[in-house]
Each structure stands twice: as C-alpha cells, then as structure tokens.
Design a protein around this ligand. Structure first.
Ligand code: CDP
Length: 225
C-alpha cells in the first residue's frame, strides 16, 4: 500500500478530476477539496465588487480579505460541496460563464495564489485529503504520497463540459465551450507562477475513452501497489 495521507490530482479543465476525486474520497473516507472553487470564489467576489480584473493590487487585497468556506454538501442538487463566500452560498454562481472567462487571469496573480495556497496547506496538514487543482503536486503539496495528472484531449473535455452545462439548462454550445476552454488552458499552462503541468513524479492518466469507473480503478490500483 502506498502511504498517501495527501493525494494530489491535477489536470486541465473538465478532465474528470472532480468526479473521480469525489468518488475516491468517499471510498477512502478522505476529505475532498476542489481548489478550483476557491479561485472561482475570488473571481466572483471581484465581479460583484466591480473591481477591474487588471487591477492586480485590488484583486490581491480582495483575495486576502474574503472568507471562503468549502463544506460537505448541505443540499441535494448534484453539488459536490457547498461553497460559501463571506457566509453566502455561491456554489452554482461560481460556475457561470463570466467567472470562467476571468478566473485564469485572477489565478495568475502571485498574491492571490499565495493567499489560496496558504489556506490549502492548512487544510492538507490535517491529513487524509484528496486535493484537486492545477498545482497541488507541483507547488501546494510536492510531498503528496500519490500524484495523479489527469488529462484528456481538449475536444473530449469540451464535449463533456458542454453536456454538463446543457444538463443544467444552460444554452451554451460546444464551439463556445471549446473556445473558452482553450483560452483558459493557455493562460493556466503558460503563467509564470505555478503553471499547469504534471509534477516530475506524477502518474499521467489520459481519460480519453475511459469511463469514470475505469479511471477510478487505475488510481485504486496505484494505491494498492
Ligand atoms: O472545473 P474546471 O476544471 O473547469 O476548473 P476549476 O478546477 O474549477 O478551476 C478554475 C480555474 O481556477 C482554472 O482554470 C485555473 O485558472 C484556476 N486554478 C488554479 O489556478 N489553481 C488551482 N489549484 C485550481 C484552479
């Protein structure tokens, strides 16, 4: 058995990280933390306060001031967790397109990343956690006992995300989702601080053509080695 008090799962948008991580956390009795929701919450707060996305100092101050809580789901509406921004439930609001179109720029700011990374480390130090994001294996917890980098082609990922959004009643089409996703991937992987990339010791899994269960099984096999 691999001794993995912290399991890091990184990868690009809609690669299936959250679904697999949540199932795995339930299996193992671990806490599941999706760090993407924290960057989304900062972005939503910025939009609500009408702070221009280019104002790095103001966005950074905001990231330090707001209180983000991620808790087990309290409502049965297919959410994987509750996300609270200064005590208000923003679980679905952080999924809107305007947030998605700004989040990569917000999360490229050093001060924003420092504030979020600090909170993530505090949670992780308590142990038995599966943390999902872009930089968990490389920056937040390079000492994680198991690191997975979950990938898939951008077309496959856009197809999955468009389906997800349509199921939630959104009218956005595949082409728009694909363009948004490519833009986000480009910023996430080329930023100077904590870019999206597999850690040197990460196991890269491509989820193209694999079911969620098959990906889950691959990870369980790695844990049982
Ligand atoms: O769910 P999806 O894969 O579309 O995105 P997400 O995981 O919710 O992350 C939203 C955005 O937050 C990403 O595009 C990154 O810009 C940023 N992010 C990050 O910079 N570092 C993390 N550890 C997690 C997310």
């Amino acid at each position: 058995m691999v001794n993995a008090d912290i399991i890091a799962i990184d990868g690009p948008a809609a690669s299936g990280k959250s679904t697999v991580a949540e199932l795995l956390a339930r299996r193992l009795g671990y806490l599941y933390l999706d760090t993407g929701v924290m960057y989304r919450a900062v972005t939503l707060a910025m939009l609500q306060k009408q702070i221009p996305v280019n104002d790095e100092a103001a966005v950074t101050n905001l990231a330090r001031e707001i209180k983000i809580d991620v808790r087990p789901p309290s409502v049965e509406d297919q959410r994987m967790c509750d996300v609270l921004l200064d005590g208000v439930d923003v679980t679905w609001e952080i999924r809107k397109r305007e947030v998605e179109q700004n989040v990569s720029q917000v999360s490229a700011y050093r001060g924003v990343r420092d504030a979020m990374t600090q909170q993530q480390r505090e949670i992780g130090r308590r142990g038995k956690v599966i943390m999902v994001g872009r930089d968990i294996g490389t920056v937040v917890f390079p000492e994680a006992g198991l690191k997975i980098f979950l990938d898939a082609s951008v077309e496959e990922r856009a197809k999955r995300r468009a389906k997800e959004l349509q199921e939630r009643g959104k009218t956005i089409g595949y082409q728009e989702v694909l363009e948004d996703m490519k833009a986000r991937d480009r910023i996430d992987s080329t930023r100077e601080i904590a870019p999206l990339k597999p850690a040197k010791d990460a196991v890269v899994i491509s989820s193209d053509g694999l079911t969620v269960d098959q990906v889950l099984q691959k990870i369980l096999n790695l844990l049982n080695k």
